[in-house]
Design a protein around this ligand. Sequence first.
Ligand code: MN
Ligand code: MN
Length: 312
Amino acid sequence: MDKELVFGHQKPDTDAITAAMAFSYFQNQLGYETEAVALGEPNSETQFALKKFGMKAPRVIETAANEVSKVMLVDHNEPQQSVKDIDQLTVTHLVDHHRIAGFDTAQPLWATLRPYGCVSTILTEMFREKHIEIPADLAGMMLSAIISDTLLLNSPTTTDHDREAIEYLAKVAGVEDYNKYGVELLKAGADVDSKSDADIVDGDAKTFELGGVKMRIGQVNAVELEDVFKRQDDLEKTMKSLMADNGYELFLLLATNILTSDSQLLVVGDSNLDKVEAAFGHKLGDNKRMDLPGVVSRKKQVVPPLTDAFEG
Ligand code: MN
Ligand code: MN
């Protein structure tokens, strides 16, 4: 059997990196030959988790067709979020918890899609269904991925499956108090002062095309939103240059307070601002921002209302 590569989305978060590691391990137990790789370096939160559980980051690749013909995707399916030569590859497996958009295949495939808070939760259930033991260090990473994706079970994307998986993985990983560890992990990823302007606006950004409008939506976690917006002038410059380079018509930055689970949205662009305002039912202030109390999930609370406003 030919070797296959397993990877998550570009600008990988803790789940994208961890799900690739965990699904690769799972498939290798079943007799496949796979390697987990990543479409970017781990962010500061993921690095904190890797260090805590003594694991190494997967190798970073730019393209895949130069090494393999088949791949397995985790934590994404939209082609513009994948490896740039995805059109030259056969996707044999997909494990995801996002909307399906623009994903076409020439061949039948194994796909496991569940609307949970985290792919690592889906994988936890897949391991348990097949009675495959999860090594303690990998369980620690999967625990970290669920904490990251669900903001320590506070995001509205959280399901009972995530709550059950987190309890189980904490036991396997030997983490006594996952709430205490979770705050440490989220804080490691929310150290805004240590990040460059590009890291803040684009470090966790994804491209969406809604109603024919190409937009970039970034998200940054912080302990205090003032730590983000005291740099607003510089952040806007970086957003505008990324828009010019990549043809985004709009750039939205969701800054999320990890302790209160509230956000502010910064919107940069010359057109369609009325649609963004309509999407959320709030006006943008003179500072180009709007308060979004209780909003923490781009997937569940930002993309769907934007989709309605731009495509409805
Ligand atoms: Mn992700
Ligand atoms: Mn995820």
